[in-house]
Design a protein around this ligand. Sequence first.
Ligand code: SAM
Length: 221
Amino acid sequence: SDSHFPVPVSPHHVEYSLHYPHFYPSSDSQSNPKKIEFADVGCGFGGLLISLATLFPETLMVGMELRDKVTEYVKERILALRVTNPGQYQNVSVVRTNSMKYIPNYFEKAQLSKMFFLFPDPHFKEKNHRRRVISPFLLDEYAYVIRPSGIIYTITDVEELGEWMKSCLENHPLFEALTDEELEADPVVKLLSSATEEGQKVSRNGGLTFIAVFRRIVPAV
Ligand code: SAM
């Protein structure tokens, strides 16, 4: 249950010096204005973050994962990469948490420039749709923590869930879809299936994927 993992009471209480000691050599998080900018929600074994860490070496990023053992695995994976690649992978970390409850404890308003929801659990039954990580209610929360022009990336191999995520985003007043040209030009889009463990599994089995990528907008007044 939730009582088994600590939750920061506010984004100011996130322990940056523990997660990113290279960027925060002192435990005083005020010593560095750099904040986490990318969040991979339900990061699983962390493949996407590992790819992003070297693509954006100056950007702090975090994986959020509910399963204890999986989170420990990702932690070990990152520590091992730091040892074998001195100076690299200092910008990536992972927390064990329930993202559906605690996003506002980790991120301030307009802090994030990218959020990832890659191959989330489908929760097929209608009565379980409220457990889906993309929903009208949770999108309000994500719109709060994503900055204007920030991007939300989703991918799934479950067509019905793909339609659901896309329609939630289309119907939300604070998000607009990227154009085909923008999707083509964004190097991160290619990683959604190639860098994630789930994506690799789907492509080995020749399965289809459904992508929805939307930008946080500021509505005209
Ligand atoms: N994104 C990874 C990938 O593409 O390889 C993992 C996908 S896996 C199917 C979904 C992951 O989301 C699981 O590791 C699960 O433990 C995690 N998860 C489910 N609900 C969650 C929640 N409320 N908060 C954080 N993680 C969650």
